[in-house]
Design a protein around this ligand. Structure first.
Ligand code: TMP
Length: 210
């Protein structure tokens, strides 16, 4: 059996990643692929428990370093129990956020040393890396406004961190895309959802022959 494919969706808040991950999963299923639509932090029972600890509470609940370790504990469980077995069975794993989010949020945004993030990537991910990463790009002001409109009553810990933090994230995600052109495609997230979906399908078709 041939190995499946691993696609991650990355970017700031309010960029429409979750909607688009769902749409891509539906398109792949329509082509008779076995698809596992999942997310981080989360995707397995243990990692979903850690997600609760990570996304709820005040902005200062965790230091960025503790946060990176918790994210990576959740990620390792997700890799061991869902991503690797799924890929081995030939599934397409469509993942709403993955390791680039830790590099952006905890690294660039939180000040965790990029060498430490690289060490976590090396030892925790090993060879489990996305075949394709779609980086959703949007001005931070627009993303935060969209995220606020979506969920004004329950702003998450990361959405509450302020505009400058989110501008830093955008810069970092674009730097990641530039550093890894073989893996990353930047998606302009400002147009409507149908146009964004077209961009994604074009990228998936060009890179992974779905
Ligand atoms: P989301 O499901 O709305 O994207 O929420 C997850 C939050 O967790 C989001 O604000 C980004 C944050 N996050 C990190 O800070 N580091 C990570 O490694 C991941 C996967 C998510």
């Amino acid at each position: 059996m041939t190995r499946g494919r691993f696609i991650s969706f990355e970017g700031g808040e309010g960029a429409g990643k979750s909607t688009q991950a769902r749409r891509l999963a539906e398109r792949l299923i329509a082509r008779d692929h076995k698809v596992n639509l999942t997310r981080e932090p989360g995707g397995t029972a243990g990692a979903e428990s850690l997600r609760g600890l990570l996304v709820e509470g005040g902005t200062e609940r965790w230091s960025p370093l503790s946060e990176a370790l918790l994210m990576y504990a959740a990620r390792r469980d997700h890799i061991e129990r869902l991503i690797r077995p799924g890929l081995a069975r030939g599934e397409w794993i469509v993942c709403d956020r993955f390791a680039d989010s830790s590099r952006a949020y905890q690294g660039a945004g939180g000040g965790v040393d990029p060498d430490f993030i690289s060490a976590l990537e090396k030892w925790v991910l090993e060879d489990t890396r996305p075949d394709l990463t779609l980086i959703f790009d949007l001005p931070a002001e627009i993303g935060l406004e969209r995220a606020g409109l979506r969920d004004a009553a329950a702003q998450g810990r990361f959405e509450a961190k302020g505009l400058k933090f989110h501008q830093t994230l955008r810069t970092e995600f674009l730097a990641i895309a530039k550093a890894h052109p073989e893996r990353c495609v930047v998606i302009d997230a400002s147009p409507g959802p149908d146009t964004v979906e077209d961009q994604i399908w074009a990228a998936v078709s060009a890179r992974l022959d779905p």
